[in-house]
Design a binder for this molecule. Structure first.
Ligand code: UTP
Length: 413
C-alpha cells in the first residue's frame, strides 16, 4: 500500500484511491495491483506534449527524401528466385506470422473483436477465418506450419481465444498458435488525471500496435515458440485487411535476397493525396511519412521519368528480422497522444458515456519502428489483389468495399 501511495503522490494521482473505503479486500487488492503495474511514464509524455504545445520555437524540420521500391515489374523478373528463397526459409520454419488483433475496432462499431466480424453474404466468413485460410495456402505449399502469434488486448483476449477455439482455429494446428496480450496504457482527462472506469479499476486502453515485440517477449509461452523454432523473421499483419497474403514466399525471399532488416508491403497510391502513410527516408533512415505531413510539394514531386517520388503507401504488412527487433527493442518509440471519448465514472461514481471527446489515450505505432532500423525494402503488391481493409461499416475501407474486392478476386461470399 505504501509503495502505491508514494507512486500516486509523486504523479499527482491520489484521487485514484478515493473509493478505497468502499471496496472489498479483493477489489482493493486488484486496484492496488493495477496501479502498481500501470506505466505512469505516459504522464511524463503528456507533460512534454503540453510543454511543446506552449513552445514558441518550432522543432528542427526532418529531411525527407524518397526511398526506392521494388516494383511489380522488378519483382516479376526475379519472382522464381525470390520464391525459392522464401520457400526455403519457410520450410526451415525460420519465419513466423504475427497477427495484430489488439485494436478496439471502434470505427466498425462492433463490441466483438474485429476478427469475429462475419463478412460473408450467403454464408459465414469471419475475418479471422479469411486470414487463417490465406495463411493455410502457404502452409499447404510449404508442407510445414508457420508459427502464428496472435496479439490481443485485455479487452478482447478472452473472447478472441474462445471464438477461435470454438471454430477449431479454422483448421490451423493449435500447437503452432500462441496468444499474447499487449500492454495497456492509462486513459487521462484533459488535465492529465487518470480516469477511473469503476471504483476499483483505472480506465485503460491498448497502447497501440507499436509495442508488440516487447509484449511478445513478456509472455513466456509466446517467447518459447520464438526460441523453439529459432525464428529469424516475423511477418506482422493487421487484422482488417482481408485480402493480404501472409508469409508470402516471394515477399520473404525478396526481403532476404536484398539483405535488408525489414520488408514492407506497399501499394501505389490512387492519387497523390491518398490518406496512407508513405515510405520514404527521414534524415537518411527508412521511414514512413504520414499523408498529413507530406505536403503538396512532396505529394506531387516526380523524378526525371515523371514517376511520383512519394507514391508507395504502407498496408501494415511488414517482415521484421528478429535480430534487428532484439537490437531496437529498448529504444523508446514516440508516444502519440490521441483525443478520444473515454467512458469513466464521475465524481459521484456515476458511469459517464461521453458524446464528445473528454480525454486522451496513449499509443505507440508500428510505423515508428521502421525508423529504428538501418534498411527497409518497400515491396510493391497489387492493390486490387492485396488491399481490402475493413475499417468502417460503410463507405471507404468498409465491409462493403472489402466484400466487393473479395468478389472481384473470385471469392464466393
Ligand atoms: P487501427 O489503427 O485500425 O485501430 O489498427 P483499431 O483499434 O483496430 O480500429 P479503430 O481505429 O478503433 O477503428 C490497425 C491494426 O493494429 C492493431 C489492430 O487490431 C489492427 O490490426 N492494433 C491497433 C493493435 O493490435 N493494438 C492497438 O493498440 C491498436
Amino acid at each position: 500500500m505504501q509503495e502505491v501511495i508514494k507512486k500516486l503522490k509523486e504523479n499527482n494521482q491520489e484521487h485514484l484511491l478515493k473509493y478505497k473505503n468502499e471496496l472489498t479486500q479483493d477489489e482493493l487488492n486488484s486496484l492496488l495491483n493495477q496501479i502498481k503495474i500501470t506505466d505512469f511514464s505516459y504522464l511524463e509524455d503528456f507533460k512534454e506534449f503540453k510543454r511543446s504545445q506552449n513552445c514558441v520555437y518550432k522543432k528542427v524540420k526532418d529531411e525527407i527524401t524518397p526511398i526506392e521500391a521494388l516494383t511489380l515489374s522488378e519483382i516479376e523478373k526475379n519472382k522464381d528466385k525470390y520464391k525459392q528463397i522464401g520457400l526455403n526459409a519457410l520450410k526451415n520454419q525460420e519465419v513466423g506470422a504475427l497477427l495484430l488483433a489488439g485494436g478496439m475496432g471502434t470505427r466498425l462499431g462492433s463490441s466483438d473483436p474485429k476478427g469475429m466480424y462475419n463478412i460473408g453474404k450467403t454464408k459465414e466468413i469471419y475475418i479471422f477465418q479469411r486470414l487463417i485460410e490465406n495463411l493455410l495456402c502457404v502452409v499447404k505449399e510449404v508442407g510445414e506450419f508457420v508459427p502464428l502469434f496472435i496479439m490481443t488486448s485485455e479487452h478482447n483476449d478472452a473472447s478472441t481465444r474462445k471464438f477461435l477455439k470454438e471454430k477449431n482455429y479454422f483448421g490451423y494446428d493449435e500447437n503452432y498458435i500462441r496468444f499474447f496480450v499487449q500492454d495497456m496504457a492509462p486513459c487521462i482527462d484533459f488535465n492529465g488525471k487518470i480516469l477511473l472506469e469503476s471504483k476499483c479499476r483505472l480506465a485503460t486502453s491498448p497502447n497501440g500496435n507499436g509495442g508488440w515485440f516487447n509484449s511478445l517477449l513478456n509472455n513466456e509461452h509466446a517467447k518459447e515458440m520464438l526460441n523453439k523454432y529459432n525464428l529469424k523473421w516475423l511477418n506482422i499483419f493487421a487484422v482488417d485487411n482481408v485480402l493480404q497474403q501472409i508469409a508470402d514466399p516471394v515477399f520473404v525471399g525478396a526481403t532476404i535476397a536484398n539483405n535488408v532488416q525489414i520488408g514492407s508491403k506497399v501499394i501505389r497510391k490512387v492519387d497523390p493525396y491518398e490518406k496512407v502513410g508513405v515510405m520514404c527516408k527521414k534524415n537518411g533512415a527508412p521511414s514512413i511519412v504520414e499523408y498529413i505531413d507530406l505536403g503538396e510539394e512532396m505529394a506531387l514531386a516526380t523524378d526525371e521519368r515523371g514517376e511520383r517520388l512519394y507514391n508507395f503507401g504502407v498496408i501494415l504488412n511488414y517482415l521484421f528480422e528478429v535480430e534487428t527487433l532484439y537490437r531496437i527493442k529498448d529504444q523508446k518509440l514516440p508516444v502519440h497522444i490521441v483525443t478520444k471519448k473515454i467512458e469513466h465514472i464521475n465524481e459521484n461514481a456515476q458511469v459517464v458515456k461521453p458524446q464528445e471527446p473528454n480525454g486522451h489515450k496513449f499509443e505507440m505505432l508500428c510505423v515508428d519502428m521502421i525508423e529504428l532500423a538501418d534498411s527497409c525494402l518497400p515491396f510493391e503488391v497489387e492493390r486490387e489483389k492485396e488491399f481490402a481493409p475493413v475499417k468502417n461499416k460503410t463507405g471507404v475501407d468498409s465491409v462493403e468495399s472489402a466484400q466487393a474486392l473479395l468478389e472481384k478476386n473470385g471469392y464466393v461470399l
